[in-house]
Design a protein around this ligand. Structure first.
Ligand code: FCB
Length: 442
């Protein structure tokens, strides 16, 4: 049997990613909690409830699990609605708790990466009109300053906004996130405001902390023309990808926001990323379809032969990870994979998905792509937005009733990878034997 290892660079960050609303529990002061109370919004009427009870202190045991599993980093988010429950009040005790969490990572020799906005906002921000209203940028930046000031002793890696593209589209075009609008004009306005908010937050963070490294977590969904020869398929794939994949990252590099038929120049917007964060899960094929003007004439679907996740949410297409890293390379900045993973309660697909995706990361590293870290989504099963508890992304399984954690076999797989700082032939043979010949041919 081949004895070999795909090594990663020294100092590579190995971790998992989480977000406040999905793991903390009882976040009753934000727009998602309110959304969960409305009937028909969340699959099965699920609620975040106590979630993983991190606000009750269970982050400690989960950080212990991560550290024991060889993880040397963790990405978590902080909840604006806890820190600033009403416009004129800072809750110092909430900030203390987040400081404790950041210190908790530090004490476990884990590097924290903190997301400042991960899909949720205080109710009073929603009442102002949310991201449709440009006036929310100013309070957002004030909150960012306050949070960075409080955490800077332990944190210097920051994501301003998680997946602004997914946020804008889900909340304002598809209506699956609050406020549930289906309005292209509003979607584009929100995209512009989120891009402006990022730029302003970038500068604010650097003013508070000179050594900060600031980026966004870009959800990348490669969209490839079904028929590469068809100019129509290429056109709709290109339009969709340009708006969904490129808008924010390019905007933050050039300081120019490219909307269909229109450009907006941001005076403070150029070079406002110190790294490129990538959330990659899956990719699409796009066929030109005249009946879909709202989707820029593109019908998206998974290739017929692809393996699908439990609820058909994700197709296992690891080549899209390489595509995404190649996409990121054009910015000439360090790259961090801020999320990647698969929903799989039985852990049937995850071991294979994990190894195949990391193999693509390794390939990119060997072409000298500046990839600095990988954060698996997620550490423990958590509340999956409008899909409620139907999707299980955790390395660790969560019993939502008792809050007990149970180990999936991917826990040991990922621990071996983190501890070896690589993917070995032995690990592959044990956890995903079907990949062995492909990855380690004799
Ligand atoms: C991403 C989100 C994250 C989680 C994963 C599965 O789009 O950033 O919160 O829901 O998908």
């Amino acid at each position: 049997m081949a004895q070999a290892i795909f090594h990663f660079p020294r100092g590579f960050l190995w971790g998992a990613a989480t977000s406040s609303h999905q793991v903390e529990g009882h976040n009753f002061n934000n727009n998602w909690w309110a959304w969960e109370q409305e009937s028909g919004r969340i699959l099965n009427g699920d609620k975040s409830g106590a979630a993983c009870d991190w606000w009750g202190g269970r982050w400690r045991e989960d950080f212990d699990r991560a550290a024991e599993g060889g993880q040397n980093a963790h990405r978590f988010s902080i909840e604006w609605s806890r820190i600033q429950p009403v416009p004129d009040k800072w809750d110092e005790s909430a900030l203390d708790r987040y400081r404790e969490m950041a210190r908790g990572l530090y004490e476990r020799n884990m590097t924290p990466l903190v997301t400042l906005h991960h899909f949720t906002e205080p109710l009073w921000i929603s009442e102002m009109g949310g991201w449709e209203n440009e006036a929310v940028i100013e309070p957002f930046v004030r909150y960012v300053r306050k949070a960075v000031e409080a955490l800077k002793e332990f944190v210097n890696l920051w994501v301003t906004i998680n997946e602004p593209n997914v946020l804008a589209v889900s909340a304002y075009l598809w209506g699956t996130f609050p406020p549930g609008k289906k309005d292209m004009g509003a979607t584009l306005r929100v995209m512009v405001n989120l891009a402006k908010a990022h730029a302003a937050a970038y500068h604010a963070i650097h003013e508070v902390q000179r050594t900060a490294r600031v980026g966004m977590a870009h959800h990348l969904r490669p969209m490839l023309p079904t028929r590469a020869w068809s100019p129509f398929d290429r056109l709709s794939a290109g339009l969709l990808s340009g708006l969904f994949n490129d808008f924010f990252a390019r905007g933050a590099q050039e300081g120019i926001l490219r909307l269909p038929g229109r450009r907006i120049r941001l005076s403070n917007g150029a070079n406002t990323q110190d790294f490129i964060g990538i959330n990659y899960y899956t990719q699409d094929l796009v066929t030109f379809d005249l009946s879909k003007p709202g989707d820029l004439f593109g019908r998206r679907y998974f290739p017929a032969e692809a393996q699908l996740s439990e609820t058909n949410f994700i197709a296992n297409l690891p080549q899209g990870m390489f595509w995404s890293l190649n996409w990121a390379r054009r910015f000439s900045l360090p790259i961090i994979i801020t999320e990647n993973g698969v929903e799989d309660s039985q852990d049937k697909l995850r071991p294979r998905y994990l190894i195949e995706h990391l193999h693509q990361v390794w390939r990119a590293v060997n072409f000298n792509y500046p990839v600095k870290g990988y954060f698996h989504w997620s550490l423990v099963d958590n509340f999956e937005w409008e899909r409620g508890w139907t999707q299980r992304f955790g390395l660790w399984e969560l019993d939502v009733q008792t809050l007990a954690r149970r180990k999936r076999s991917s826990v040991d797989l990922y621990a071996e990878i983190c501890k070896q700082n690589g993917i070995s032939s032995e690990t592959t043979a044990r956890f995903a034997p079907q990949l062995f010949e492909k990855l380690f041919p004799n």
